[in-house]
Design a protein around this ligand. Sequence first.
Ligand SMILES: [Zn+2]
Length: 313
Amino acid sequence: MPYKVKTGRLWFAVVSTRGRAAPLLCISPLPCRQHPSFTLPFRRTQFGAVASPGSQAIAEFHRFLSSPASEQTTWRGPLPSAKLIPAANRLLAKLPRKDSQRFLDDCELVELAFNEVLAEPGARVRQVYFPVGALISVITVIKDSPSLEVGLVGDEGMCGSCLVLGVETSPQYRLVQGAGRALRMKATAFRRQLELSTALRRILNRYLHVLMCQLAQAAACTRYHLVEARLARWLLMTQDRAHSSKFHITHEFLAHTLGVRRTGITEAATALHNRQFINYYRGNIAILDTHGLETAACGCYAADLATYARVMK
Ligand SMILES: [Zn+2]
């Protein structure tokens, strides 16, 4: 099964070993000109490796990628460095190495399908998810009104954070909006990890604060900001979490996501298209100009990024 890896930011490949997720490779946060995006045809048990920017390991890794596919089943690079924690989720990447390895031992790497429901309001949380490619929509339901997306979780966050506060039932829907992988852990194992790791508790407490800030921001954004600016913000958030400038979403789903009529989405998307910030055709969206889209987005996008950077540093 191939595993897609990209460079340009802190990216990691993860393979599943006997049902468990195991870190495979950490690539430097520097842009990679030779291999901006590639697929690794790993199939067997691998071991972790960390490559520092400009190091011999990077050069060796490029040679490794350029070798025939039949030889690309084993990467014999340097062993993991304590400076870079091999985890594809940004929360887990902040764990000390010892805690990270113990945490990953209790995880399994799973493929989440589009539209898969991970949690329902009032239902017991049996598993937590740390996305490493999947995109999960947090949806709140109001009686006699259409449901509304109030959050978007990618590899910067997790699903099931209510367990951190000792609450065992989910307050909202968690719906997979972008298919992809996630590290999954049973709730019982997650509670044990919380007891064992002070660092994990600290990181997730701070993440909960970020979520509270994001929810407050989303409430004000929905009330005061124009649809075009909110759509631009949502597209940027999706791009950040999906790590892709292209995705598929219908007008109908977007209207549902932003809590507006379809005609409002059509007008906003057309305006962004006319300014050549995006391409939109039959549900296929391509972001053509990220900077332009940032100028069109409301200040909530930058505010959320600043909050995450400040609280999670
Ligand atoms: Zn806003």
